[in-house]
Design a protein around this ligand. Sequence first.
Ligand code: PMP
Length: 403
Amino acid sequence: SSWFSCVEMGPPIEVFALNKAYLDDNHPKKVNLGVGAYRTDEGKPWVLPVVRQTEQQLAANEELNHEYLPVLGLESFSSAATKMLLGADSPALTDGRGFGVQTLSGTGALKIGADFLNKHLKLTTFYYSNPTWENHGLIFTNAGFTEPRQYRYWNPETRTIDFEGMLEDLKNAPKGSVIILHACAHNPTGCDPTPDQWAKIADVIEEKGLFPFFDSAYQGFASGDLVKDSQAVRYFVQRGFELFCSQSFAKNFGLYNERVGNLTVVMKNKECIAEVKSQITLLIRGNFSNPPNHGARIVSTVLNDAQLYKEWEGAIKTMSSRILSMRKGLRERLQKLGTPGNWDHITSQIGMFSYTGLSETQVAHLVKDYHIYLLKSGRINMCGLTTHNIDYIAQAIHETATN
Ligand code: PMP
């Protein structure tokens, strides 16, 4: 018999299964609203011009080589990433009690952060929003957290945050629970707390002795404004919280497969920085030894050059405005068609995704009869819409919602 005959089949990962079904479909009008990546109005992936240009410069520079990076990664990258998140004048940075370490994209930052909290602070309970990005649970349980819990977040009736429910669940969380919070552009709902609501969330986290772990996967990509999209994290730092924040450069740099990420650590005082860094070094060493260079070098080059930074901000605006115009276009079309229901949420939600409110049956109908692929939850990637397919999609949603 084989060592492996005892292995049971794991559950499929919905978003990848959906993408495969889309690729296998030969229908000429097929649309992919599943996978979370930017597409141009031609429906194509986009290499940001500033990224292409930087890559070409790096490739031509014969002084660069492929030596290993240090275990904590490229310092010029992680310090610029942390600065971009917290602001150069952040008290955490001016006091020298905040730092970043390079990770394997946002996922890797969450994993290293979770490993650290479980192994060194002995934390075992974590809370994620219901619903959330589907990987949060897996990452934290793989890191040794034994108590996965959810806090209420979404009210399907009002199509807004169930804020009372959220606060109540956080108030009932045991001391030392890690609370995963989406820094901006909540995935999948596209609904973020208001500044006033963030203040109330912070109050509860403080009173109850909880640990905030922000997940920032869409900074700049959500509103087109890097400062605005990091307000929640900056607010917590201003209030003196200790926290972790995972940062992904997949979306805002279009560097999905290069796995460029950063884990920002903010502490109350700088005395324990050396100890914490040494333990994170050992975690990374034992996980993947050291991070890849290519993407981090691109991001570092851009973030540390005023002119390239400007060009990058322009590219972020291009992406976020295309998404906004698709939101507006879809809402207008549905309202014009008189599609049953209120569609205001399409434009009030922000970021890459919209939580349409379509039921599982309606989703199945869209996939089968219209070859429009979207997650069972009704989440659609706004970037999958283009000026060429938006009428088709609106018609399909209209027909589905009418019958
Ligand atoms: N968090 C959230 C909420 C996300 O949506 C994503 C990307 N889908 C990530 C983290 C991490 O992605 P990556 O590992 O590709 O940076």
